[in-house]
Design a protein around this ligand. Sequence first.
Ligand SMILES: Cc1cc2nc3c(=O)[nH]c(=O)nc-3n(C[C@H](O)[C@H](O)[C@H](O)COP(=O)(O)O)c2cc1C
Length: 265
Amino acid sequence: MKNSICELFQIKYPIVQGGMIWCSGWELASAVSNAGGLGLIGSGSMYPEIFEEHVLKCKKATDKPFGVNVPLLYPQTDEIVEIIVKHGIKIVFTSAGNPAKYTSYLKDKGITVVHVVANKKFASKAQAAGVDAIVAEGFEAGGHNGIEETTTMVLIPMLKQEIDIPIIAAGGIASGSSIFAALALGAEGVQIGSLFASSVESSAHENFKNKIISAGDGSTKLTLKSVVPVRLIKNDFFNEVAQAESKGASREELISLLGKGRSKL
Ligand SMILES: Cc1cc2nc3c(=O)[nH]c(=O)nc-3n(C[C@H](O)[C@H](O)[C@H](O)COP(=O)(O)O)c2cc1C
């Protein structure tokens, strides 16, 4: 297939494997790149030295293009960015932060930059910051999410009217027909997360993979909206949060319930 996203990343299929904390290390990223998509190492859960190891292993495992997802909310971002530049990584997807912060620095280093957005305001901000494409991530997506709750089906045509750079659709895409639907709406590529998180090459725990595979409609809910909106599988922790929220827990109480390192559990 030939389109702007295949050309931008020099890949065969316009399918990006979303960067995912605790799931997308070098094994998953290189497997997706070797299969003709774009694999992304998810740097968000990695200490800088661990991240560097993943970069080196990924380079050994594939001679195809791969990239790195950099969520902009972690304290080690500067160090991660320096490792990216040091090892000549050519593709960076930023998320969860201000696209103006690193885009021009990365572009000056010859890096293709994509930013993940969930609404019109950030799509325009990302375009103004000079990114090469955006990931438009709808309400259906796993992981962190926008509070607007705009679905992928609504977000793509809305952003298509708003911006001129290519759009990669994300959220709820897990089959050939949903890829086709995203392209019909005006996206030129897709970013897939949950499906890849449950793959053999994902570094997630087997129990987590099985939870994703056995999840049905109504199995997840966007929650913790006042702290950090995130789609949770309805498990014991979800019930604790729901109970606290129904009792009117404050933001501080929810932050303390969330604790540190919760996303690894
Ligand atoms: C377990 C998990 C972890 C994720 N971690 C990140 C992350 O670190 N950075 C990021 O930009 N997006 C992250 N995401 C979002 C994905 O990259 C992707 O955009 C999203 O999963 C697409 O929606 P889908 O799960 O319906 O395919 C994560 C998603 C999941 C399911």
